[in-house]
Ligand binder design. Structure first.
Ligand SMILES: [Zn+2]
Length: 248
């Protein structure tokens, strides 16, 4: 369900008025009062960019600013998002809940109050398939690589390969998963992450470790770009990886 903004009486942090659910999740630094209205960020029937810039991450700001503001004399109203005419049906409700439950879980789990924004943002981009790989529309490198450089037997470099199936990925998922009782099996990376985050937690510490470990693993993989090392140090792929992994 999506709130269409008119007089902006919807809750800024907690109502789904951007299409991304409660945006409180994305702005962990702020106090999320239920009383903060969307209207606080509207000035003369336009978005008050100055106020929004201060609190929203860039990617969210880009989603918010094109949102149309309706008549200020009318109440905000709910529409049923998946149906093109905005009218609710049971079938669409069921499909929406089923498909979005997993997506929402993943997106929420990408963020944690103790993890820096850019680190979480990488996981968010991974979940949203917004990383430049061959199977996406944007290329990671100008001279487009078809084969990966992370494995002894080169494979096509896709998100799935890089974060799930590559030798470094397998190594890291096993290294950190095993002590947590999480078995590594090749799965679609989003399914693997969902199952990881749904693992039974025994206590607060265990819960936090299960939450943040995949975010850090993805970040390490992304930052440990073997190509950079090979260029700067002239070392082999295996050597570059080993030296990175020894930093743990
Ligand atoms: Zn590889």
């Amino acid at each position: 369900m999506l709130w269409k903004i008119q007089n902006g009486q919807s809750s800024f942090w907690w109502d789904n008025w951007t299409g991304h659910g409660a945006i409180a999740t994305y702005c962990p630094k702020y106090v999320h009062s239920i009383k903060t209205k969307v209207s606080y960020f509207i000035l003369d029937k336009e978005w008050d960019i100055q106020r929004l810039v201060e609190i929203l991450p860039d990617w969210l700001l880009q989603h918010v600013t094109p949102i149309k503001i309706g008549s200020e004399t009318k109440q905000d109203y709910l529409i049923w998002k998946p149906a093109t005419d905005g009218i609710f049906t049971n079938k669409e409700a069921w499909n929406d809940i089923r498909e979005h439950r997993q997506k929402d879980l993943l997106i929420n789990k990408a963020w944690h109050k103790n993890i820096p924004f850019k680190v979480s943002f990488l996981t968010w981009r991974l979940i949203k398939s917004k990383l430049p790989f061959t199977n996406n529309s944007v290329c990671r490198f100008v001279d487009m690589l078809v084969d990966c450089l992370c494995c002894a037997n080169a494979q096509p470099e896709t998100i799935q390969h890089f974060f799930m199936e590559s030798e470094p990925a397998q190594f890291l998922w096993k290294l950190f998963g095993q002590p947590l009782g999480i078995k590594y099996r090749v799965k679609v990376v989003k399914v693997f992450l969902t199952e990881w985050w749904l693992t039974k937690r025994n206590n607060g510490v265990h819960k936090m470790i299960i939450h943040i470990t995949p975010i850090i693993i993805c970040w390490v993989m992304w930052k440990t770009d073997v190509r950079v090392d090979m260029e700067t140090k002239g070392s082999s792929i295996g050597g570059a990886w080993n030296s990175k992994l020894n930093e743990f």
